[in-house]
Write a protein that binds this ligand. Structure first.
Ligand SMILES: Nc1nc2c(ncn2[C@@H]2O[C@H](COP(=O)(O)OP(=O)(O)OP(=O)(O)O)[C@@H](O)[C@H]2O)c(=O)[nH]1
Ligand SMILES: [Mg+2]
Length: 175
């Protein structure tokens, strides 16, 4: 079987994107038949052009991430990332990912957030948002504990295969 190339952009506000891709690469796991091109995008505004000019034009699948210990950044998903992704990548499937799962029940994190009258992001809230934004999957992982990383990239690979099939079948229709 020919190798399918899937490019995935990892986006989200300073939430562990680089750690996620590093954990995956270290694991050296390569889903069979899919060659993954991983675009670990910088989230800061200063680098917006790096995402839109370099990463997005090659993107087949989007990994949209948040982190459990930053409930104050959770709204960035609807306010910043979804509008940007829908504008530049209207056809790309979105996989919604909760990073730093280890901090969701971490005592220190809970205590620190409580001081600001906040609490870690709840799984149920993330599931609701996943539906609202039309994500094809919602997954949780921890790069620190190396948990759930493989599943994230397996889901990317499967989405890449589906995208590839779609592209091929639309080409056939044209012929
Ligand atoms: N506890 C915990 N910390 C993590 C995890 N993943 C990343 N971090 C920490 O979170 C911080 C930010 O991680 P990065 O991977 O640099 O985040 P990023 O999304 O790439 O940030 P930008 O590139 O600035 O957008 C670092 O200090 C990491 O060590 C995790 O799974 N658990
Ligand atoms: Mg980074």
């Amino acid at each position: 079987m020919a190798t399918i190339r899937t490019d995935v952009s990892i986006v989200g506000s300073q939430c562990g994107k680089t750690s996620l891709q590093t954990a995956f690469v270290k694991d050296r796991f390569d889903p069979r038949d899919v060659e993954l091109g991983i675009w670990d995008t910088p989230s800061q505004e200063l680098y917006g052009r790096l995402r839109t000019a370099f990463a997005y034009p090659k993107t087949d699948v989007v990994l949209l991430c948040f982190s459990f210990d930053r409930p104050d950044r959770f709204e960035d998903i609807s306010e910043k990332w979804i509008p940007e992704v829908k504008k530049y990548l209207p056809k790309a499937p979105i996989i919604f990912v909760g990073n730093k799962k280890d901090l969701q029940n971490d005592k220190d994190t809970i205590q620190e957030l409580l001081k600001k009258n906040q609490e870690p992001v709840k799984t149920e809230d993330a599931q609701v948002l996943a539906k609202k934004i039309g994500a094809i999957s919602y997954l949780e992982c921890s790069a620190k504990e190396n948990k759930g990383i493989r599943e994230v990239f397996e889901t990317v690979a499967l989405a890449g295969i589906k995208q590839d099939e779609k592209k091929k079948s639309s080409k056939c229709t044209l012929l």
